[in-house]
Design a protein around this ligand. Structure first.
Ligand SMILES: [Zn+2]
Length: 348
């Protein structure tokens, strides 16, 4: 299933299995998932050839199945679920050689159809998987005819990066608050020693953090392409600081929701001023308070919660680190294929 014969020189090029689309977003992909039932754990995968729109659906199914019921098996669920989630966080399995070849052939087809804009997109995508001299050459000729758009200037770039950091900070606050309210309303089972129930309580946290970090990976890939970022340093700085802000704000969101519940129960402060001052302090410093709380409360769930946040942070950093190098290398390669010398010398 994963390796349809894309090498063959058949007339028909593969299309999206779901909608028949044939564009630069087409990929061969596999999304592994884990299903656990108490002492049994199964691993399966969705695999096929899909456009971006239909890949997301399978990715999401695999991710939700794994993060919600993948853990619920002893002992292998607890081993395979995090491993598969880490794989899915990076975008699942996309064989480099097959995808590079598929996109090259798609690019050739677009040239034959006279659609050079679409061909450029296919060849660019092909080079993201593998640096093939033949594809380079094709793309160089196409760039000579149709120059690549200007990269946005420094101000626009930095505003975009700042926007990403702010957006994910807000997302973190919301995730933290949602997590707090969930545990608050099912608070009775927090003290339970039943492993399955304990896991059921951590799955919303893990799912929300996992989805957010995966979204960050997509946003950063888009940003790297949009800004034509050839240097890895800004990508790493933006990626890792966004992650740190995100995780910190998850903790702040937990504190803030706790504060809101406290105020809403009518146990507020003497004056409105006090309430507003406390609210703004917690809105920014609640994360520090939460870390202190996790360390001092002396309960198993606090250690699990702290562990989840720490492991998510590390998994996010490793994923973004690996990806950022790939994106910068890719954009450097594309940059090297354009340039004034080609506008002068190459005839197509
Ligand atoms: Zn499709």
């Amino acid at each position: 299933m994963l390796n349809p014969d894309v090498q063959s020189n058949g007339m028909e090029l593969p299309t999206c299995q779901s909608c028949g689309r044939q564009d630069e977003t087409l990929r061969l992909a596999a999304y592994p998932f884990v299903v656990s039932v108490v002492f049994m754990t199964f691993q399966r995968q969705f695999s096929g050839l899909w456009c971006s729109r239909h890949r997301i659906g399978y990715w999401l199914q695999a991710a939700l199945i794994t993060s919600i019921i993948g853990w619920l098996g002893f002992p292998f669920g607890l081993v395979f679920a995090p491993f598969r989630l880490f794989q899915l966080m990076g975008g699942g399995i996309q064989p480099a050689e097959a995808n590079s070849e598929l996109l090259r052939r798609l690019g050739e087809k677009k040239i034959q159809e006279g659609n050079s804009a679409a061909a450029i997109k296919c060849f660019e995508a092909s080079l993201q998987y593998m640096d093939v001299p033949e594809v380079r050459e094709r793309l160089q000729r196409l760039y000579a005819m149709q120059a690549r758009g200007e990269a946005p200037n420094r101000l626009k770039r930095y505003s975009l990066y700042l926007g990403v950091i702010i957006a994910f900070s807000i997302l973190g606050q919301l995730a933290g608050a949602a997590d707090y309210l969930l545990s608050y309303f099912v608070g009775g089972i927090v003290t339970s020693t039943n492993l399955i129930l304990v896991i059921l309580l951590w799955t919303p946290t893990v799912t929300m953090i996992f989805l957010s970090i995966s979204l960050l990976r997509c946003v950063l890939e888009w940003a790297a392409r949009f800004t034509q970022q050839t240097s890895v340093f800004p990508l790493l700085v933006v990626g890792i600081s966004t992650l740190l802000f995100f995780i910190y704000n998850v903790m702040t969101g937990e504190s803030f929701a706790d504060f809101l519940v406290f105020v809403m129960w009518g146990e507020g402060y003497d004056s409105q001023i006090d309430t507003i001052v406390s609210a703004s302090l917690i809105f920014f410093l609640g994360g520090v308070d939460y870390v202190y709380y996790l360390f001092t409360v002396g309960q198993a769930w606090a250690m699990i919660q702290g562990g989840i946040l720490l492991v998510s942070l590390v998994a996010g950093i490793v994923t973004l680190w690996k990806k950022a190098y790939g994106w910068a290398r890719w954009q450097t390669l594309l940059r090297s294929l354009q340039g004034p010398q080609w506008n002068r010398n190459v005839e197509f």
